[in-house]
Design a protein around this ligand. Structure first.
Ligand code: SF4
Ligand code: SF4
Length: 285
């Protein structure tokens, strides 16, 4: 079983369109949507949720009013001013440091786990999919990404699947590291602009740091042929293979609006290019 992640230096480069197409092309696979902060793979794959689970992360202090003697120690010592004059903890301000629970003379303070999101195992027309939703302004998406990945891997192993296809998080932060670590191939999707190359370079450095094999795809390459050449040269200089180039095609957006992968909607140069990229990955991963 191989794990492949489709990733980009920033959102909106066509990463999800490619992931959905691979989901359609690969035979025995599980999909993992690790873009937990701004998931959109579900818009194309329309998953039917089979089971849902709460995601717990971090702790918040809770004061038991029946035990509390209002001595004020916890409020005086909380560095985050998270305890008000009524001895109620503000869950947003509380950093979960547990200090108050140690200083309370009557053990009135308990630390409770926070529910910060949900994760799901779903069925789609292309096979099983694991995905998640993080609560607004919640942190620790790296931990949620790791959870989604490990569940997808478990399903793949149990069912003798050949692939785990991961829609990775954009950027270079903690969720990206959680998306790419230990995969067999990270496919970086970029567009032919200077900022596209810059963003791709940053994520490539992260991948290299974690010794993850990298391939590049240039999406909408024909919008700027000069920049496409620069990106190809960059790949040559950095020993990165270009798995393929996809031209601009308004059918891609039309397919997305209809909730379809382009591969299901059309049979043209774009779909030929995507199929060739998938063949390249199958052969070289
Ligand atoms: S756990 Fe830490 S941050 Fe939260 S209320 Fe107690 S002392 Fe303050
Ligand atoms: S330290 Fe304990 S008893 Fe004192 S105010 Fe805080 S919760 Fe109440």
């Amino acid at each position: 079983m191989k794990q492949i992640v489709i990733i980009s230096g920033k959102g909106g480069t066509g990463k999800t369109i490619l992931t959905a197409s691979f989901a359609a092309l690969a035979e025995k696979k599980v999909m993992a949507d690790c873009d937990v902060d701004a998931a959109d793979l579900h818009l194309i794959l329309t998953p039917k949720i089979e089971n849902r689970h709460l995601f717990k992360s971090g702790k918040t202090a809770v004061i038991d009013k029946d035990i509390c003697t209002a001595c004020g120690k916890c409020r005086d010592l909380c560095r985050f001013s998270a305890i008000d004059k009524e001895f109620v903890v503000d869950p947003v301000a509380c950093e979960g440091c547990m200090f108050c629970s140690f200083v309370c003379p009557v053990q009135a303070i308990k630390m409770e786990e926070n529910t910060t999101g949900e994760w799901f195992v779903s069925s789609t027309r292309f096979g099983p999919m694991v995905h998640a939703k993080l609560g607004i302004a919640e942190e620790n998406s790296g931990k949620l990404v790791s959870l989604v990945r490990s569940k997808a891997k478990e399903i793949a192993e149990e069912n003798n699947m050949d692939w785990v296809i991961i829609d990775g998080s954009p950027g270079i932060g903690c969720p990206v590291i959680a998306s790419i670590s230990g995969v067999d191939c990270a496919l970086i999707v970029t567009e032919p602009t200077m900022s596209g190359l810059h963003d791709a370079d940053r994520v490539i450095q992260v991948a290299k740091h974690f010794s993850v094999p990298v391939k590049m795809v240039i999406n909408k390459y024909d919008l700027n042929l000069e920049m496409t050449e620069k990106i190809c040269n960059y790949c040559g200089d950095n020993d990165i293979s270009v798995a393929g180039k996809i031209g601009f095609d308004e059918n891609v957006v039309k397919a997305m609006v209809e909730g379809k992968a382009i591969i299901e909607q059309a049979d043209n140069e774009t779909t030929d290019a995507i199929k060739a990229i998938w063949e390249n990955i199958k052969k070289e991963t």
